[in-house]
Design a protein around this ligand. Structure first.
Ligand code: FE2
Length: 353
């Protein structure tokens, strides 16, 4: 998630430290001396102030204090690798199945068999009992209504059609958001068709890939792009913008939900699991089960204008609701993870910079 906040604060019993600021947090790393202490060491790539309120709620309900390290996804992975068996991490929270799978493939999670998680989360949100999706976001198509008709973009495949020549804007193909979408296409359609699709999109690009999803949406607003791929929460953030001009421009955009007659729109997650060498595994289990509870699910989803991953939990977010109802792809996040390597090879082969 590109969203960052400088809002580091101490909130009730919650201690937030940044990765760069403090080499070793006092008491952190020695916690394993007190087996199953009333503490939980959380490594999180989520950066929302409201998450801290949620964690404080967990502390007040359980008496378990949360020591949090916030950093970018890559920095967390690097830190865990360098810490190895000495890592004090109990729970790891990351953004996008691509990165969660990377953490799995590097052996950073340990299995967690939890009836509570099995009950709360649909099967596709549980990756081999190693990591779990806790919020979901859709990868949708934003378009310029003056240049593109809705019937031209019914599917992701349409982005690769010759009629879209010079119209498509997308971020770098090697970014996790693109890799995960492509990985889902590999899962559904097989590698050769996924490669043909990626090649077709590259041939249709309006400009060489640059910037994040918000930049792609702005490209449509400025007229440089006819269509763009973006995660839903970026669009919703613009629809809720405090800048009236940005809000008005966002309201004029066309929004398409691809693959509604077939596999459904690609959904990704933010999520996490229990760290491999967790010194407080019982606390980690309680925390992960808490994240799947209805109260936490609504909280996590609202923080970033996402949908809950848990079954039977809804959120009241008017800007999100305005996007309408849609059919989500229910392919498993584990399969999206499994196809990452193939997706990355395809991106290289087709030259999607
Ligand atoms: Fe993001």
């Amino acid at each position: 998630m590109e969203y960052k906040t400088s809002n580091r604060r101490r909130l009730m019993g919650l201690v937030v430290v940044t990765l760069l600021a403090v080499p070793i947090f006092a008491g952190f790393g020695t916690a394993d001396a007190h087996a199953q202490s009333k503490e939980l060491n959380l490594y999180s790539a989520r950066h929302y102030p409201s998450d801290n309120e949620l964690y404080a709620k967990f502390t007040s309900q359980t008496g378990i204090k949360i020591n949090q390290i916030q950093a970018g996804d890559e920095a967390i992975l690097e830190r865990l690798k360098s810490e190895g068996k000495a890592s004090p991490a109990d729970v790891i929270l990351l953004v996008d199945a691509a990165r969660l799978w990377k953490a799995e493939s590097e052996g950073l999670f340990q299995p967690l068999k939890s009836p509570a998680l099995e009950k709360a989360l649909p099967k596709q949100m549980r990756a081999n009992d190693l990591w779990f999706g806790f919020t979901t976001r859709a990868r949708l198509v934003v378009y310029d209504k003056s240049r593109v008709k809705p019937e031209q973009i019914q599917t992701y495949a349409d982005l690769a059609a010759p009629t879209m020549k010079g119209m498509v804007c997308a971020r770098s193909g090697s970014h996790p958001y693109m890799l995960s979408l492509l990985a889902s296409i590999v899962e559904h359609d097989g590698e050769p068709r996924a490669e043909a699709w990626a090649r077709g999109v590259v041939a249709n690009l309006a400009r060489s890939p640059r910037g994040g999803d918000t930049d792609q949406i702005k490209g449509v607003m400025s007229g440089e792009c006819g269509v763009a791929l973006a995660n839903s929460y970026y669009l919703v953030r613009m629809l809720k913008s405090s800048n009236p001009e940005e809000r008005a421009a966002a309201e004029k955009l066309g929004v398409a939900w691809p693959n509604q007659k077939t596999t459904g729109v690609h959904m990704n997650v933010s999520g996490g699991g229990m760290a491999r060498y967790a010194p407080n595994p019982d606390n980690a289990r309680r925390f992960l089960e808490f994240l799947a509870s209805a109260q936490a699910q609504a909280h996590l989803a609202n923080a970033n204008n996402e949908w809950p991953a848990a079954l039977n939990v809804s959120v009241d977010n008017p800007a999100l609701n305005r996007l309408g109802k849609f059919k989500p792809d229910t392919v498993s996040i584990a399969a999206v993870g499994r196809n990452q390597v193939n997706a990355a090879k395809i991106i290289d082969r087709v030259g999607w910079k």
